[in-house]
Ligand binder design. Structure first.
Ligand code: NAD
Length: 473
């Protein structure tokens, strides 16, 4: 029953993967009863609370769903949107369980939501609402460093996370680890370097991992290397902006199209992503930027090498799937492809890097932030200078023994110890690369496993099942 509700709640290819898994009856070595348990949300709390604003009482409805507690704390963002629904929150909580298992982040899955249109309230009003919501969650242990750790999602960001952390601290002044009650905080309030860019950075690392795997790359018909690959990005928000920026400035990919809500920018020579983002920040629209065209979603169908939907769910459906030309699609957004479209694309031979893996950079760096908060020390603080002294001595030794000069352009890189941002990026790249190899091995291990989504799902389910089994469930 729970699974049925779950399946009807999210009409995306995530659902498709579950159905296919069932239909295939593929022997993944996990007891069917246990698979059923894994597909049900353990609990969902609905909280209704009043806040007196603009001279009257307003009642708000919030959700916090815990999908699986095979690891605690459970982890998942809180979204602020007018259309938040219980079953959607439950489905997204499940996605978080699979995502965490896939990237070996020791958290269970959760998700939260508040039914609100944040644009209708002032900053001060949003702060009061968020603080009241935090009180409601805290009362029920639905926010706690050891049990339940929210993060930003659609409609929330660093600002809301700072309010939540501050309110939690007020409610639990003696809690030593109170800062770890939420991730995605500003650096000045217990956050970590690299969290804001983490999901977009993860997309870049996922693509690097894919392009380094010659066996998988061959299936797309694309030549090796990200340099000069043509890219279309939909949505230049947090995820899309950083993915497009890093791919174009660090990997020499050419972002030819940025599709936004207010129209699109097209430049076959490559769009300057930083300039475009600055323009949007100033003007609130892409209209007026060089290369502006009024078209939107239709441009997903343009000729390109890599298509990155990074805006919202269900933008590729049965109505436009057969017109998609990109051989490689990276699901930067959650659920951008419908179940029907997924099947069409698969039949067309398209390769899809699934959301469950592709956008896991955010939760991975959230995990690093949580560890930083628990250890009460910035990453690299203890060892950085020791490393620098050691590598400096090594270079001195090499030059005195050989009599040759150490190349000047390499010296800085060789000596400089890891700062927090370097360590975060290193940990994230390692996570994305090693996870890709496991998914790829599974994909190529059995002819019934037709795509990366199914492979990722199998890896995640097996890992969750293993945790349950070791607990005796
Ligand atoms: P965001 O609000 O920062 O950015 C979304 C962008 O998409 C905005 O620029 C918006 O104008 C644009 N957009 C909205 N509707 C559009 C449309 N119909 N056509 C074109 N553009 C449109 O959100 P975000 O944090 O970047 O999240 C984007 C997606 O990534 C969501 O599906 C989210 O669940 C998923 N995601 C985000 C994170 C994260 O760390 N932010 C992590 C995992 C998954």
């Amino acid at each position: 029953m729970a699974r049925k509700a779950f399946l009807t709640s999210i009409r995306t290819s995530f659902e498709q993967a579950i159905c296919t898994l069932e239909a295939l009856g593929h022997d993944i070595g996990v007891d069917k009863g246990l698979v059923n348990q894994i597909f049900s949300a353990n609990s969902t709390y609905v909280v209704r609370f009043g806040v007196r604003l603009r001279g009257e009482m307003h009642t708000f409805t919030g959700y916090r769903s815990v999908h699986s507690e095979h690891f605690e704390p459970v982890k998942g963002g809180i979204r602020y949107a007018p259309n938040v629904k219980q079953n959607e929150v439950e489905a997204l909580a499940a996605l978080m369980s699979f995502k965490c298992a896939l990237v070996e982040v020791p958290f269970g899955g959760a998700k939260g939501g508040l039914v609100i249109d944040p644009r209708k309230w002032s900053e001060g009003e949003l702060e009061r609402i968020t603080r009241r919501f935090t009180q409601e969650l805290s009362k029920r242990d639905l926010i706690s460093p050891s049990q339940n750790v929210p993060a930003p999602d659609i409609g929330t960001g660093e600002r809301e996370m700072a309010w939540i952390a501050d309110e939690y601290l007020k409610l639990h002044p003696a809690e030593l680890n109170a800062w770890a009650c939420v991730t995605g905080k500003p650096i000045s309030r217990g956050g970590i370097e690299g969290r804001t860019e983490a999901t977009g950075r993860g997309i870049q690392y996922a693509l690097r991992a894919f392009f380094d795997n010659t066996r998988d790359l061959k299936k797309t018909g694309l030549s090796s290397g990200l340099a000069k690959k043509r890219v279309i990005v939909q949505g230049l928000g947090n995820v899309g902006f950083y993915a497009a920026l890093f791919l174009s400035t660090e990997d020499d990919a050419i972002v030819t199209h940025v599709i936004e809500r207010s129209g699109s920018i097209v430049n076959q020579n490559g769009i300057n992503i930083q300039k475009l983002r600055d323009y949007i920040n100033t003007n609130g629209t892409v209209e007026g930027f060089p290369g502006f065209v009024p078209e939107g979603t239709k441009l997903l169908e343009e000729q390109t090498d890599i298509l990155i939907p990074a805006a919202k769910e269900l933008v590729i459906t049965e109505t436009n799937a057969s017109s998609i030309k990109a051989p490689l699609i990276v699901e930067a957004a959650n659920g951008p492809i419908s179940a029907e479209a997924d099947k069409i694309l698969l039949d067309m031979g398209k390769i899809i890097i699934p959301d469950m893996y592709a956008n896991a950079g955010g939760v991975t760096v959230s995990y690093f932030e949580w560890i930083k908060n628990l250890s009460h020390i910035r990453f690299g603080r203890m060892q950085r200078r020791v490393e620098e002294a050691r590598f400096g001595a090594l270079i001195e030794g090499i030059t005195s023994v050989t009599g040759a000069k150490f190349p000047k352009h390499l010296e800085k890189r060789a000596i400089e110890g890891g700062k927090e941002i370097d360590l975060v990026r290193s940990g994230l790249e390692d996570t994305m690369r090693s996870t890709y190899e496991v998914i790829s091995e599974t994909w190529n291990s059995h002819q019934d496993i037709k795509d990366l989504r199914m492979a990722a799902m199998i890896v995640a389910i097996k890992r969750i099942a293993q945790s349950y089994s070791s607990m005796g469930i």
